[in-house]
Design a protein around this ligand. Structure first.
Ligand code: NAD
Ligand code: WQD
Length: 343
């Protein structure tokens, strides 16, 4: 297991995963259509690792482009499939875009894998598949109940992979990420949303003065301070979980589903307070109404991934907010300023 194809290879989680895989001397082939990223993250991965990757600008919806990648790159051993549209709110407004990109794109990828005899895959799923779970921390065998089109696409793609694993003898690791946060310690790569859909990038932009204040979505939840509690996971820990998943695929066959979380939760107010410490000043916020479809508290049970994947989170909240602030303050326009400088 040496040569790995990374779909969505220029994205937030992929760029951190690329660094960890390159440290372990994997050979990387990246594919991305830049719908939510740019070449600059790939350049910076090469700069940080001191290694080269092979990059293809290609769209999963275009089978010809996809087949071209598999034709050019003989002997791909495994795929890590990150490419997807990922905004819950947008998926409610544009469900067909989400089903088309995430489902049709994945089907094209799986067809290409079948054609070129690639049988190993790690898939980016999400805690969103659990909806509002009955028990927390939530275990992998908890019932799945999505409440939005994005979550449905994740669950459908999980099912397609589980069925394909049985029928075609594929080996599949499905990772259900909780709430990815933070950035690489260098401050050179990080999350680069134009309009942040998640809490921490929003708090970062408020701390940097790009936005006026954080709107806290309700303080009447049944949590210790009334604000929503989530299981935040450092993106470098998450990246490491992919390295462990590739190792798992080397040593075992079949399909596996793992939570990637810490088992510990922080409230919105705790996140804002930790971020204020990181940036050295108060981050303004206001208590607003609950967000539609939101849930109070969710954490992932990390025991199965610890036992079977041999993976446990190493970083804590301080590492997440410090690295997020370093990335935000050193790249106030994300990758865009560098892209303009280079053109
Ligand atoms: P991201 O948007 O930074 O990365 C996804 C990448 O896929 C982007 O670079 C985008 O340009 C690319 N892409 C999208 N559609 C494509 C297509 N049709 N063809 C080629 N490339 C395409 O997002 P991320 O946060 O790094 O998320 C990576 C994966 O993890 C996604 O599957 C997402 O659903 C999943 N996930 C993310 C989170 C989170 O909060 N960030 C949580 C759980 C799961
Ligand atoms: C976290 C907490 C909000 C923004 C989503 C997806 C999930 C996964 C991760 C992809 C909640 C509160 C937020 C704000 C706030 N993504 N909040 N003000 O909803 O747990 O998960 O992202 O797979 O699928 O559903 O993450 O970052 O949006 O919210 O008060 O401006 O912060 O209510 O309690 P969420 P989030």
């Amino acid at each position: 297991m040496k040569k790995i194809l990374i779909t969505g290879g220029a994205g937030y989680i992929a760029s951190h995963t690329n660094i960890e895989l390159l440290k372990d001397n994997y050979e990387l082939v990246l594919l991305d259509n830049f719908s939510n990223s740019s070449m600059e993250s790939v350049n910076r991965v090469e700069e940080l690792s001191g290694k080269k990757v092979r990059f293809y600008q290609a769209d999963l919806l275009n089978s010809d482009q996809l087949n071209h990648v598999f034709e050019q790159e003989k002997n791909i051993d495994a795929v890590i499939h990150f490419a997807a549209l990922k905004s819950v709110g947008e998926s409610v407004e544009k469900p067909l875009d989400y089903y088309e990109n995430n489902i049709s794109g994945s089907l094209n990828l799986y067809r290409a894998m079948q054609k070129y005899q690639v049988k190993n895959i790690v898939f980016s799923s999400s805690a969103t598949v659990y909806g509002d779970p009955d028990e927390i921390p939530v275990k992998e065998d908890a019932p799945t109940r999505c409440t939005n089109p994005y979550g449905h696409t994740k669950l459908m793609m999980e099912q397609i992979l589980l069925d394909s694993a049985k029928a075609y003898d594929w080996n599949v690791v499905i990772l259900r990420y909780f709430n990815p946060a933070g950035a690489h310690e260098s401050g050179r790569i990080g999350e680069d949303p134009e309009y942040p859909a998640n809490l921490l990038p929003f708090v970062s932009q408020v701390a940097a003065g790009v936005r006026e204040k954080v709107m806290v979505f309700g303080n009447d939840w049944e949590t210790h301070d009334g604000t929503g509690v989530r299981d935040y996971i450092h993106v470098v820990d998450l990246a490491q979980a992919h390295v462990k998943s590739i190792e798992k695929l080397k040593n075992s066959s079949g399909s596996f589903i793992y939570n990637i979380g810490t088992g510990r939760g922080y409230s919105v107010l705790e996140m804002i307070s930790a971020f204020s410490q990181a940036c050295g000043h108060d981050v303004p916020y206001e208590i607003g109404p609950r967000r539609e479809g939101d849930i109070g508290e969710v954490m992932g049970d990390p025991q199965k991934s610890a036992q079977e994947l041999k993976w446990t989170a190493q970083y804590g909240l301080k590492d997440m907010v410090d690295s997020a602030w370093k990335w935000q303050s050193e790249n106030p326009q994300g990758y865009r300023s560098s892209t303009q400088e280079n053109t």
